[in-house]
Design a protein around this ligand. Structure first.
Ligand SMILES: [Zn+2]
Ligand SMILES: [Zn+2]
Length: 465
């Protein structure tokens, strides 16, 4: 049996609430159309998991409705079943209980059994029906129906945007370790972080700071992906790493995981040595609710940029620029950090000019066909890696703090001023700026709704080759 979760956008949540609470005190309803993302084995609980990704909300005009019931003409449902089969969509019904109960009712069971039967008759016994319930106190519950009358409660319902709303079933476990953080942001944040599945891509200067910060803030499930080993030249900024790790050529991901395990704060941490776009990493990435992009390469960013839109996984992308002045000038020409929250409907990293597609291609070539890459480098068809960039631990760590705070702000909303989806910190001037960008109309990632929440397609992420 699969476990289930639901992810949608802030605008989907708003459209749903508008439809199900249209008339005060009266039940309302809407259809929700989902695409699916299948995870063969969740990296933390090893169970099969299906992510239901919201594609569209269709309000339902009720035939009759009161404080205790809502009914509508099922002809629209039958028509949607046809479309669902054609476009490989799962149909959901959302309704409200403005006056309680705060759970699905016996009447809901009876209605949904009937709707599942109709779906199976029309589209075959593999058809599913999702039911989403908005209770009077604002909680969102959901369950999935499958033949023959199996119902599975959905593990979590998440809506992403300016704020990240994460509804997870179950009570918050109290731990004295987080008492002082609870004083600031309350117990709900700990409960949400405990249940969130967080990916950290890259375990270098920023990644080795980001992952332990997440664990200390209470994140319960952390994935660390990196294909590199510890080297002596990393030790100035790699949190937790020692010369012994460099001598033993230990993978960076394992060193960071070891440091988190030593905290014993309850985080289940999973190090994966591999390249972010490798097929064996795919399931783990799809299983993440949010991802921190701590790589300094362009190819990894281009890949995660797509993942954010296709799978509705917010990606907190970090960039750090340190440039030494060209002689005869002396000192630093620039020290600035950037945290971009990548998700629909905002502009993607390509449209923000944060990645260079040409450099990404060269990086892919270097990794996949090293001999060919060297040949082109000799003939000056590719630019080559150039000199290593300067790196100072205080700045790599500060950009990690900025990114983790970005997640915390989206969950609890502590900021008095909306900084949008990209913050730039200019260290030379001690200032923060919000930068804005618009999606390019022609962008295949963010330019239209086609890719948003499309989930599993072949080829993966529509990447050919
Ligand atoms: Zn009901
Ligand atoms: Zn774009």
């Amino acid at each position: 049996m699969s476990t289930f979760s639901i992810t949608g956008l802030e605008e989907h949540e708003a459209a749903l609430r508008a439809a199900v609470f249209e008339n005060s005190g009266v039940e309302g309803a809407a259809y929700v159309l989902f695409r699916e993302a299948h995870i063969a084995a969740d990296p933390w609980d090893r169970r099969r998991h299906t992510k239901l990704l919201v594609r569209e909300i269709i309000p339902i005009a009720p035939v009759s409705a009161s404080g205790m019931h809502v009914t509508w003409d099922t002809a629209s449902y039958v028509a949607l079943l046809q479309r669902a089969q054609r476009e490989e969509l799962i149909i959901g019904i959302a309704h409200s209980h403005p006056n309680g109960p705060d759970a699905f009712s016996g009447q809901d069971d009876a209605n949904e059994t009937e709707l599942l039967r109709t779906a199976c008759n029309r589209n075959g016994i593999t058809a599913k029906l999702v039911s989403v319930l908005f209770t009077g106190d604002g909680t969102v519950l959901a369950r999935v129906w499958q033949y023959p009358q199996h119902q599975t409660m959905v593990r979590s319902v998440m809506f992403i945007g300016e704020r990240i709303l994460f509804h997870h079933r179950g009570a918050a476990p109290a731990s004295a370790a987080f008492a002082r953080q609870v004083l600031a942001f309350g117990p709900a944040l700990i409960h949400q972080l405990k249940n969130l599945r967080v990916g950290v891509i890259g375990a270098g200067g920023t990644g080795s700071a980001t992952a332990p910060l997440l664990a200390r803030a209470g994140a319960g499930q952390i994935l660390i992906v990196d294909d590199d080993i510890v080297e002596t030249t990393n030790l100035n900024r790699l949190h937790g790493a020692t010369q012994a790790d460099a001598d033993a050529m230990r993978p960076k991901a394992e060193v960071v995981a070891r440091e988190i395990a030593r905290m014993a704060l309850g985080a289940r941490v999973l190090p994966l040595r591999g390249w972010v776009s490798a097929p064996e990493v795919r399931d783990a990435l799809k299983a993440c609710d949010v991802i921190f992009c701590c790589t300094d390469d362009h190819a990894g960013r281009v890949f995660l940029n797509r993942l954010a839109y296709y799978y509705l996984v917010p990606v907190f992308d970090m960039g750090l620029a340190m440039a030494v002045a060209t002689p005869p000038a002396i000192g630093m020409a620039d020290i600035s950090a950037r945290v971009t929250t990548v998700m629909p409907p905002e502009a993607c990293l390509l449209c923000r000019g944060a990645v260079d597609i040409e450099i990404a291609r060269e990086e892919d070539l270097r990794r996949q066909q090293p001999a060919e890459y060297e040949r082109r480098k000799r003939e000056a068809y590719v630019r080559g890696e150039g000199n290593p960039n300067p790196a100072v631990v205080t700045f790599t760590t500060e950009v990690a703090c900025m990114a983790v705070n970005e997640l915390l702000n989206r969950i609890v909303g502590f900021r008095k001023r909306n900084m949008g989806f990209e913050i730039r910190r200019r260290f030379l001037f001690s200032e923060d700026r919000a930068t804005t960008a618009k999606p390019r109309h022609s962008c295949p990632v963010c330019g239209s709704r086609d890719a948003w929440g499309l989930g599993d397609i072949d080829p993966f992420l529509d990447i050919v080759g």
